[in-house]
Design a protein around this ligand. Sequence first.
Ligand code: DX5
Ligand code: ZN
Length: 213
Amino acid sequence: MVKIAPSILSADFARLGCDVKALDSAGADWIHIDVMDGHFVPNLTFGPVIVESIRSYTQKTFDVHLMMTNPENFITSFAKAGADYITVHLEAQSNIEYLISLIKKEGKKVGLSICPSTPVAKLEPFIPLIDLVLIMSVEPGFGGQTFQEKALEKIVSVKELIGKKHVLVSVDGGINQITAPACKLAGADILVAGSYIFKKKPYAIQIQQLKEG
Ligand code: DX5
Ligand code: ZN
């Protein structure tokens, strides 16, 4: 069964703890936390202190997505704030092996994300070192964008690259009742969704729809 990871980028930031609690009760498997530095992407969201402040509202996995140019400066603080998976971008300006070692040193799971324009082949050297691949099906930076169909063939290619290794495939951006089944068919293990889940209450209906659709 595919796991659903609601992105709190679309949550009500004035009531973030309540929304996280609501996602938990609505059947979210993971909580996807979009960290943006205003440099890697033209948007700025939040830092470790916000992750720390919502940690006690749920026991669910915190799937922290670092859209940062130099994430090495914040890996320890996000780990200490309660992240379970820490995902960095292959397009970051840091040494990827170094980033992976930092995340592992904190005892966290390692995710590696690629933007829509980055070929899957660039992931190859890192597959033996990571726990999750995050395929961006939109340009990172904002919620509410349209799903880019080419992500479907990327899912298939990443699954081929992974083979029998234990690496999860997550898809992020434009996930809704139409694109979710296509991603599942292509082999996705986790679906990240923001605007589709938060568009109306109760969140459980949309989460169920993505899970079973
Ligand atoms: C975009 C983020 C995504 C985004 C998903 O940079 O990484 O997680 O919040 O939002 P929707 O589901 O609205 O495309
Ligand atoms: Zn994300």
